[in-house]
Design a protein around this ligand. Structure first.
Ligand code: IMP
Ligand code: MG
Length: 181
């Protein structure tokens, strides 16, 4: 058994849980996108670990691309003012886009991004988030695929960061409050 990172108070989603989530969502997405033209778009950087594992469970031809956004605000809360800092390279016309996000909090980031991509004539836009904090939603946005819900705590690991750290933890854990307060 590996020792827990000293800054983590509790593991919320273990490696085994993550494997199950990826297998379950991958099978569902494989069914739902069977006759579609799938383009998987990951939102950098948080979605990278999830996206690379999830797509290995999608048994369909697909393409991938990435988008980077920045949100201004304090480091543990997003402000809602979103800016595109790296756009996708592929022309969206005719694609069924599956947006991949690490965590859905207020929902502002994904609302902004999905509206922007809708305006570019994608055939459809669906949203897949690894984690959801439904208690914190401030906009009306319903993800199509959710790995699991998490309580209103700051979580890191498996792509999610605090101050660009902890992304490489192989599990999702609660960050000790003393680290960010
Ligand atoms: P939203 O726009 O409020 O939904 O914020 C979503 C973004 O905030 C995510 O893509 C994350 O980058 C970040 N975020 C929100 N909650 C957490 C968390 O608990 N840990 C790490 N990042 C988070
Ligand atoms: Mg993010």
């Amino acid at each position: 058994m590996k020792t827990l990172n000293k800054d983590i108070s509790e593991v919320l989603v273990s490696e085994a849980d993550l494997n199950e989530i990826n297998a379950r969502l991958g099978a569902q997405i494989t069914k739902d996108f069977k006759d579609k033209n799938l383009l998987v778009v990951g939102i950098l950087k948080g979605s990278v670990y999830f996206m690379t594992d999830l797509t290995r469970h999608i048994d369909l031809p697909l393409k991938i691309d990435f988008l980077a956004v920045s949100s201004y605000g304090s480091s543990t809360r997003s402000s809602g003012s979103v800016k595109i800092i790296k756009d996708i390279d592929i022309d969206l016309e005719g694609y069924d886009v599956l947006l991949i996000e690490d965590i859905l909090d207020s929902g502002r980031t994904l609302q902004y991004v999905s509206k922007m991509l809708e305006a570019r004539n994608a055939k459809s836009i669906s949203i897949c988030t690894l984690l959801d904090k439904p208690a914190r939603r401030v906009v009306d946005l319903k993800p199509d695929y959710v790995g699991c819900d998490v309580p209103d705590e700051f979580v890191v690991g498996y792509g999610l960061d605090y101050d660009q750290k902890y992304r490489n933890l192989p599990y999702i854990g609660s960050l000790k409050r003393e680290i960010y307060e």
